[in-house]
Design a protein around this ligand. Structure first.
Ligand code: TYM
Length: 325
């Protein structure tokens, strides 16, 4: 099966991105043909600093590898380096009703947040994402809960295109974890963990142990004392239990049993230790890669060449089907 997914280069990669998406990728690359992208074109839809973009992209390439994406097994590349993404996005623009875009939850949220900079890219964002996915004849798209709606739209666009121009695109399946698809903010468990919020609300993949401990110990929890998984009544503790479970490979029941007669402080201390230990190899690998920029760049160039071969094959077919010379 072919797997495709991506992360935006802006901000830092946090444990929400890791548990919701990247951890799945690491598992999937063992048995599938995986294509993982750093989606820099998507990042241009909100205000950004062009001088910082280059470093942010390189940082994400390092993060992918440090978190376990193996460039021998998976293709890792930068979206803007394969120009077929922008080309297909334009063509898909012409088969996508505007109404399908204005009803997207993320668009509605961002349109409110970026009232002063409501560019067309923000509206057309899911079309570029559909282009990313469809170019690679993708079978499966592992993402967090918040991206599910966009993948569903990609499916709709693919079906519509196939009906109008003949069988061209594979219809991709979305893959969302049962638990961990929506890791919540440490400061506000009613809100998803997000890289655009204050740093105390998320744990970066590369936070130092002291920062991790501080953030977890001061994380917002619920009233009461018991360590029990119940997302509607105890969203704070349930979120921490989810993180604990996914990073320790222990079931939630096991962790509940371990802390049956203990309080929040003991639980948080143990969670902090678990997170520090789980992220330690990533920190180490990142440090090593930071001094090997040429090697990381070479991986990106190789990834770009491999991605281009697949993308160009799809584009040839698309152009022909749409009547372009
Ligand atoms: P982005 O960069 O916002 O997030 C990257 C991935 O992390 C997941 N994620 C989360 N999962 C669980 N809990 C959270 N709190 C959390 N926050 C983020 C996201 O769901 C995502 O899987 N548009 C996409 C990038 C993209 C893409 C694609 C993904 C562009 N083209 C094609 C898949 C296929 C985005 O902005 O993700």
């Amino acid at each position: 099966m072919r797997v495709f997914s991506g992360v935006q280069p802006t901000g830092t990669i946090h444990i929400g991105n890791y548990l919701g998406a990247i951890k799945q990728w690491v598992e999937l690359q063992e048995k599938n043909e995986c294509v993982f992208c750093i989606v820099d074109l998507h990042a241009l839809t909100v205000p950004y600093d062009p001088l910082k973009m280059r470093d942010l992209v390189l940082e994400k390439a390092i993060a992918y590898i440090a978190a376990g994406i193996d460039p021998e097994k998976s293709i890792i590349f930068i979206q803007s380096q394969v120009k077929e993404h922008a080309e297909l996005a334009w063509l898909l623009n012409c088969v996508t009703p505007v109404g399908d875009l204005t009803r997207m939850t993320q668009y509605k949220e961002k349109a409110k947040k970026f009232k002063q900079n409501l560019n067309a890219g923000l509206l057309n964002y899911p079309i570029l994402m559909a282009a990313d996915i469809l170019l690679y004849q993708t079978d499966m798209v592992p993402v967090g809960e918040d991206q599910k709606q966009h993948v569903e739209l990609a499916r709709t666009i693919a079906r519509k295109f196939n009906q109008r121009f003949g069988e061209t695109f594979k219809i991709p399946e979305v893959k969302v974890r049962k638990i961990g698809a929506k890791i919540m903010s440490l400061r506000n468990p009613a809100k998803k963990m997000s890289k655009s919020d204050e740093p105390e609300s998320y744990i970066s993949l590369f936070d130092e142990p002291e920062e991790i401990k501080k953030k977890i110990m001061s994380s917002v929890t619920d009233t009461g004392k018991t360590i029990k998984y119940n997302p509607s009544k105890k969203p704070g503790i349930s979120n921490l239990l989810t993180i604990y479970s996914l990073l320790s490979d222990k079931s939630i029941e096991e962790i509940e049993a371990k802390f049956k007669n203990k309080g929040y402080a003991d639980f948080k201390k143990s969670l902090a230790e678990t997170v520090v230990n789980a992220l330690e190899p990533f920190r180490r690998k990142r440090k090593e890669l930071l001094s090997r920029e040429v090697y990381v760049r070479e991986i990106m160039s190789q990834g770009c060449r491999r991605a281009q071969v697949i993308a160009q094959t799809t584009m040839q077919d698309v152009r022909k089907k749409m009547g372009l010379i």
